[in-house]
Design a protein around this ligand. Structure first.
Ligand SMILES: Nc1ncnc2c1ncn2[C@@H]1O[C@H](COP(=O)(O)OP(=O)(O)OP(=O)(O)O)[C@@H](O)[C@H]1O
Ligand SMILES: [Mg+2]
Length: 248
C-alpha cells in the first residue's frame, strides 16, 4: 500500500484552530522533523501515531515553539510567534508533556494553582478548579497530598487537570497512557472524550493505537520525522499492514 496516497474520507472538515505549514524541527544537527503540514479543526480530536523516535514529541514541541523549528503555525488564522512559548501558551495552546511535567515536591492543590498562574479572575479560577475536581474526583480527595507521592494514573490526571486550569483552546497530550494500567487509561481517555465532545480541540499522541482510534476524528501517522499518512480511523483496520504496525 502506498501510505502517501491514503487519505481521510471526504467529510466536510471543520475550520482549523491550529494549522502548521512546512513545520520542521532540529536538535543541533539532528533533523527530527522534516517540513510537514498538519491541521487541527475547531473541536476536533486528532491522533498522532508512530513508533519510538518517529518525532511525535518533537512535533508537539515544535507546535509550542519549545524546540528549534522553522515553518509557520497559525492559530485561528493568526500566525503564532515561533520561539516564544509563553506567547503560544497565552493563546491557549497547552502541552501535557511526556513524563507529565508536574511539580513532584508540591501539593496537588499548588500544582493546579500553577496551571492558572496568569489568571487574575478569582471566580473564573474557582470555576475551573471545581470543574477539574469534578472531572477527576480522585484529585479532590488528594488536594493536600504531595504530587510526587501519587500513583502514575493520579499524576497523569493532575497533569491534565493543571493544563485545564490554564483554560486551553487546544490541548496537546503526549502519550497520556504511558505506563498506566488499562483501567486508569480508560478513565483518562473517557474524560478526554468528554472534553472533546464539549468542544475542546485535542491533539493526542499515542503509541497504543486502539485507544487513540476510539476517540480520534482523524489520524496522522508519523515515521522518521515525516507524516506518511492522514487517515480516517475507521479506515485503519482495513489496511492490514497498518493494523499490524499500529494496532498490535
Ligand atoms: N533533546 C534531543 N536531542 C537530540 N535528539 C533528540 C532529542 N530529543 C529527541 N531527539 C531525537 O529526535 C527524534 C524524534 O524523537 P521524539 O522524542 O520526538 O520521538 P517520539 O516519536 O516522541 O518517540 P517516543 O515514542 O519514544 O516518545 C529521535 O531520533 C530522537 O533521538
Ligand atoms: Mg515521545
Amino acid at each position: 500500500m502506498n501510505l502517501a496516497l491514503a487519505s481521510a474520507r471526504g467529510v466536510a472538515a471543520p475550520a482549523p484552530i491550529l494549522a502548521a505549514t512546512g513545520l520542521s524541527a532540529r536538535y543541533g544537527h539532528v533533523q527530527a522533523l522534516h517540513p510537514l503540514d498538519i491541521r487541527i479543526g475547531e473541536g476536533e480530536l486528532v491522533a498522532v501515531l508512530g513508533p519510538n523516535g518517529a518525532g511525535k514529541s518533537t512535533l508537539l514541541r515544535a507546535l509550542m515553539g519549545l524546540v528549534s523549528n522553522a515553518g509557520e503555525v497559525r492559530f485561528r488564522d493568526a500566525p503564532l510567534p515561533r520561539q516564544d512559548v509563553v506567547a503560544v501558551a497565552s493563546r491557549g495552546i497547552v502541552l501535557v508533556p511526556e513524563g507529565r511535567g508536574i511539580f513532584g515536591p508540591m501539593s496537588v492543590a499548588d500544582n493546579l494553582e500553577l496551571g492558572a498562574y496568569r489568571l487574575r479572575d478569582k471566580s473564573e479560577f474557582a470555576r475551573r478548579r471545581e470543574r477539574v475536581l469534578t472531572l477527576f474526583p480522585r484529585l479532590k480527595e488528594r488536594l493536600g497530598q504531595i504530587a510526587g507521592s501519587m500513583s502514575g494514573g493520579e499524576q497523569q490526571m493532575l497533569a491534565i487537570g493543571r493544563a485545564l486550569m490554564a483554560g486551553p483552546k487546544v490541548l496537546l497530550l503526549d502519550e497520556p497512557s504511558l505506563g498506566l494500567a488499562p483501567r486508569v487509561t480508560d478513565e483518562i481517555l473517557e474524560t478526554l472524550g468528554l472534553l472533546n465532545r464539549e468542544g475542546l480541540a485535542i491533539v493526542l499522541v499515542e503509541q497504543k493505537a486502539p485507544l487513540a482510534l476510539k476517540l480520534a476524528a482523524r489520524v496522522y501517522l508519523l515515521s522518521l520525522g515525516r507524516i506518511v499518512a492522514e487517515l480516517d480511523p475507521r479506515d485503519i483496520t482495513s489496511h492490514d499492514d497498518l493494523a499490524q504496525h499500529y494496532l498490535s
